[in-house]
Design a protein around this ligand. Structure first.
Ligand code: G3P
Ligand code: MG
Length: 254
C-alpha cells in the first residue's frame, strides 16, 4: 500500500514556503534552488473550469485584486499580481495555472503534493474539474503527484476518476476512525497538523501500513525528531532550515 509514496521528507509548503510568494512559480524555483525536492500547493477551479494554484477562496489576501476565485475566469486570475504583496521584488508573479506549475515541477525535478482545496462542501465538483487536469499534466512523468484534500468527497471522486493517482487524507485533528476513512477512500497516507502528532499515532499509522505527513513544522529540531521518529514527511514554510537536518545527530544530543 505504501509503494506509491514518492514525497521527500522535507516538503516546501505552498510551493516555496515563506521565502517566496505562496503558490507561485517563483516559489518552485526557490525550493529547487535550495535543494528541496518536494513541494505542496493548493488547487482550485476558476469560473471557466481551469485548475489554478491558490490557497484562499478569494484573491484578496495574496494579490493586488479582490474577488472570489470560483467567480473569476482563468484569464482574470492570471491578471492578478500574486507577488507584490509578499515583496515588491516579486511584483509581476502570477496566480499560476496548474499546467504551468506541473511543467515547472517536471523541469525542476520536484515531487508534487497537489492539495484539492475547498472550504465548502463543493469537493466533488472541484475534483471533477481538476483531477482530469492533474492526470493530463503529469502524463508520462517519472513521479506521479500525491493528491490530498480535507474534502473526503473530493478524494472519493479522485479515486473514481484516477485510481492510480496516490491520495492522502488531510485532517487537522486525527479522527478516531482514521483507519476506516483511509481504507474507504483508498488513501496511502494521512496528513495531519503537527499538533496532532504523537508517538502512538506514528506507530499506529506505520503499523497499519500507511504513510504519515504533518503540516506545518518550521522548527528544525522538532522536525528532525519527528522524522527520526517515523514521520515520513513534513510540510514547512522554512525549507532552508529543515533541509540538511540530520535526525540521528539531534536524537543523540542531550
Ligand atoms: O497540505 C498541507 C497544508 O497545506 C494544509 O493546510 O491551509 O496550508 O493548505 P493549508
Ligand atoms: Mg495546502
Amino acid at each position: 500500500m505504501i509503494d506509491r509514496w514518492a514525497l521527500p521528507r522535507v516538503v516546501a509548503h505552498r510551493c516555496g514556503g515563506a521565502l517566496a510568494p505562496e503558490n507561485t512559480l517563483a516559489g518552485l524555483r526557490v525550493a529547487a534552488a535550495l535543494g528541496c525536492r518536494g513541494v505542496e500547493f493548493d488547487v482550485q477551479a476558476s469560473a471557466d473550469g481551469e485548475a489554478v494554484v491558490i490557497h484562499d477562496a478569494r484573491v484578496d489576501r495574496t494579490t493586488d485584486r479582490c474577488g472570489t476565485v470560483a467567480m473569476l475566469t482563468a484569464a482574470q486570475l492570471a491578471a492578478c499580481d500574486a507577488g507584490v504583496r509578499h515583496h515588491p521584488a516579486f511584483a509581476g508573479e502570477r496566480i499560476p495555472r496548474l499546467g504551468e506549475v506541473a511543467a515547472l515541477c517536471r523541469t525542476l525535478g520536484l515531487v508534487a503534493n497537489v492539495e484539492l482545496k475547498c472550504e465548502t462542501d463543493e469537493g466533488s465538483a472541484l475534483a471533477h474539474a481538476v483531477v482530469p487536469q492533474v492526470v493530463a499534466c503529469w502524463r508520462g512523468a517519472s513521479a506521479l503527484p500525491l493528491v490530498s484534500s480535507f474534502s473526503e468527497a473530493a478524494l472519493a471522486v479522485a479515486a473514481d476518476i484516477a485510481e492510480f493517482l496516490p491520495r492522502a487524507l488531510l485532517v487537522e485533528a486525527v479522527p478516531s476512525d482514521w483507519r476506516g476513512r483511509l481504507s474507504r477512500l483508498g488513501c496511502i497516507a494521512l496528513h495531519c497538523h503537527v499538533s496532532a502528532l504523537d508517538e502512538a499515532l506514528v506507530r499506529q499509522v506505520r503499523e497499519a501500513g500507511y504513510r504519515l505527513a504533518a503540516y506545518t513544522e518550521n522548527d528544525p529540531v522538532r522536525a528532525a525528531r519527528w522524522l527520526a521518529g517515523g514521520v515520513d514527511a513534513l510540510f514547512t514554510d522554512r525549507p532552508e532550515l529543515l533541509l540538511g537536518t540530520e535526525p540521528a545527530a539531534v536524537v543523540a544530543s542531550p
